[in-house]
Design a protein around this ligand. Structure first.
Ligand code: COI
Length: 357
């Protein structure tokens, strides 16, 4: 679809928060992108309009059966003042994979990328500039058909909203304490753990709240069959350094979200000549490595926090302290390398960024 995107500008503009006041996902910009879908018409009427509430029929499918997918990416203002999107094509590809799994019609990639660029260009003044801040971009598709039968809806809304953000975890780059979940699971083989749909996050809340009440920032999920193998940490992919091997759970079982930061970190570490394995890793292997002094570093990767060091894992009463609770060397190197590309202070040799002029 090379249809032009209609623009209706907001009559009034909101005041923008200072960079130092930014938290995560609380403030939204003046405009949003919207496009509708109906079975007979396909996607139609792409537009940028003032940010505001939708009018939804109380019977619409998303409100009952959670037929919805989303993604999350960021735009950064570099030291040179230029605004860059980080790997937008990869995020849109993942959005469409998520959509297919939820029986949602995929969006046209060319239009979707053009919409992101045009929306961010219009909201350029909202992109903060301090390192650690960004404009978070939330593409979302919801099933809008009012119908209570269980089948794929016949109408959808794809929309994109923008939010200037600071650190995702209040801890920032300080290592977090994580509780290994042994009562609840996040995903099972054949389920939807490998795609980005709201139900994965809704169903994670109970375990996360229990962990918080016990003084932990998040949970480390184990596999749904044996409660033995590492899955994800909180809302992020997990990586570990044991001896000289960097390990992250493989995507093969379809339970792990193919993180864009995960992919970026793996690419960089392989280029640095590190021994990197995508394989199953059990919590017993991690505990054993810790006892032998071989567990060097543990960190999470995700768009929201980029890299989040793990300082401690608690498992069945055992406390595993990692690198004396401090940020590891490789964790820091990865953070610096990714952030360097995002803010344009390091060369983008992979073509990961898309400039918004
Ligand atoms: C991420 O970007 O790491 C996430 O998945 C978190 C998001 C759901 C806020």
């Amino acid at each position: 679809m090379s249809e032009p995107i209609r623009i209706t500008r907001a009559a009034t503009k909101k005041s923008k928060p200072k960079d130092a006041e930014l938290s995560f996902g609380t403030v939204f910009t003046d405009h949003m992108f919207v496009v509708d879908f109906q079975e007979e018409k396909g996607w139609y009427d792409p537009r940028i309009e003032p940010y505001g509430p939708f009018s939804l029929d109380p019977a619409c499918a998303v409100l009952h059966y959670a037929q919805a997918v989303f993604d999350g990416l960021k735009a950064f203002r570099g030291k040179d003042g230029r605004v860059r999107l980080f790997r937008p094509q990869k995020h849109l590809e993942r959005l469409n994979n998520s959509a297919r799994r939820l029986c949602i019609p995929p969006v046209e990639p060319e239009l979707a990328l053009r919409a992101l660029v045009e929306l961010v260009r219009l909201e350029m003044d909202w992109v903060p500039s301090t390192v650690g801040t960004a404009l978070y971009i939330r593409p979302t598709i919801i099933a809008s058909e009012p119908f209570l039968g269980v089948r794929p809806a016949r109408s959808y809304i794809y929309y994109v909203i923008l939010s200037p953000v600071g650190a995702y975890y209040p801890e920032g780059m300080n290592p977090v304490k994580i509780l290994v979940a042994d009562k609840y699971v996040r995903a099972v083989e054949g389920g939807v753990g490998g795609v980005k749909t709201g139900v994965n996050y809704a169903s994670s809340l109970y375990a996360a709240e229990e962990a918080k009440h016990q003084g932990f920032t998040q949970v480390l999920w184990l596999d749904g069959r044996e409660r033995k193998y590492l899955d994800e940490v909180g809302t992020m992919n997990i990586m570990l350094k044991i001896g000289d091997e960097v390990i992250t759970p493989s995507l093969g079982h379809g339970t792990i979200l193919p993180g864009v930061t995960r992919d970026s970190a793996l690419t960089l570490m392989r280029e640095w000549g590190l021994r990197v394995s995508e394989r199953e890793v059990s919590i017993d292997e991690v505990a054993r490595a810790a006892r032998q002094g071989a567990l060097k570093e543990v960190w999470g990767t995700g768009t929201a926090a980029v890299i989040s060091p793990v300082g401690e894992l608690a498992h069945r009463g055992e406390r595993i302290v990692i690198n004396q609770g401090k940020i590891g060397e490789l964790t820091q190197k990865l953070y610096d390398a990714i952030v360097g590309i995002q803010y344009g202070t390091a060369p983008d040799t992979h073509g990961w960024t898309v400039g918004v002029e």
